[in-house]
Design a protein around this ligand. Sequence first.
Ligand code: FE2
Ligand code: FE2
Length: 395
Amino acid sequence: MSAAVEVVDLGPVGLDRGAHLIVKRSLGRCDPGARVEVRGTSPELATHLRAWCRAQGHALEEGERLTVVRGDADLGRWRGATRTGGASPESVVDAAPSAWGLAARGALVEAGAPEFEFRLDRKSAVWADAAVDLYRQAAAAQWDPEAAIPWASPMDHPEEVEDALVQVLTYLIENETAALLIPARFASQTHPHYREVLQLLAIQAADEARHIEVFTRRALMNREALGLCTSGGQASLKTLVEEPDFELASFLLSVLGEGTFVNLLTFLRRHAPDACTAEIMRLAVADEARHVAFGMAHLIEQGAQDPALLPRLASAIERRHDALRETAGLNEEVFDGLVLLAAGGWAPDRIAAGHDAVVELQREMDQGRRSRLRRLGFDAVEAEALSALHTRNFM
Ligand SMILES: [Fe+2]
Ligand SMILES: [Fe+2]
């Protein structure tokens, strides 16, 4: 029996109280075959050390002394392990293997770990460099509905203006619900290697949850019930919620729908009958602008590498337009509600001014869509034609 090269003295502490850490540390410094003598006064030391060595793949020589002979099973365990890229967002890989599973980016993954199926497992499918900053901005910009909104601000507008607002809010809530479901669904399909995108989609869903909360709370402030929800509106949202392709969904939702909603919410802020509603709209617009920015960033980055992207986006608008051809489009009560909100009263000249404001809003929406389509790479003629095909429901 050769002499142990190292001695560890555990004192009175047994392996049942963590002393195996000390033995393990000692063995970690040795090569396989090396000997470590273990001393200690715990009465169960030999029994526990025997079981521990068996489990860890080390041999134990028992006699006058207890000597552990280092095995190599623990070394073999990490043979074939893979590092899941670098920790920083700059080092994301083009295709993330399913065997990396839920591992943190930059972790060492044991061979034979279970494989997870994430449909969005290619950089080209989900990634945008801008996601890193947009997530930080989103995290810093979260607001507390209770504290951020002046719920007690005075309200002295006509009853029918309140009814119009409740109708518009009812419509906004169904649209916000679609806008929550879509990022939530794609978040669950995103490979965790693309962590910043996953985080951004999650916080985007949380933004929409807050929008639903504040729109609902404002709608119920002076009324017992909400307004009308039309089948045309639902049909439009169904084509969005059921779009299975992430790129097409984020194009239709973020670039076209939420982009159009930025104009709508800005209009509602301007024509809000009270300070509470105005502040709700201001906060929601700021969130929506980030949602649009991510959709744009992702598609601009992907379009630069994939010449087939623009035709695919164009045909997605055309397909959706065809699918919605027989539907009524925007809820008529919503249009009328917008006119009345902008008018603020029933005098004919005010109604006319309100109507002009809504026509101007639709022009701004169209201009905004065209300018985003141009930034994606469509020419002016294509952008004009595609913007005109966007759903009359706005989202
Ligand atoms: Fe929203
Ligand atoms: Fe949104």
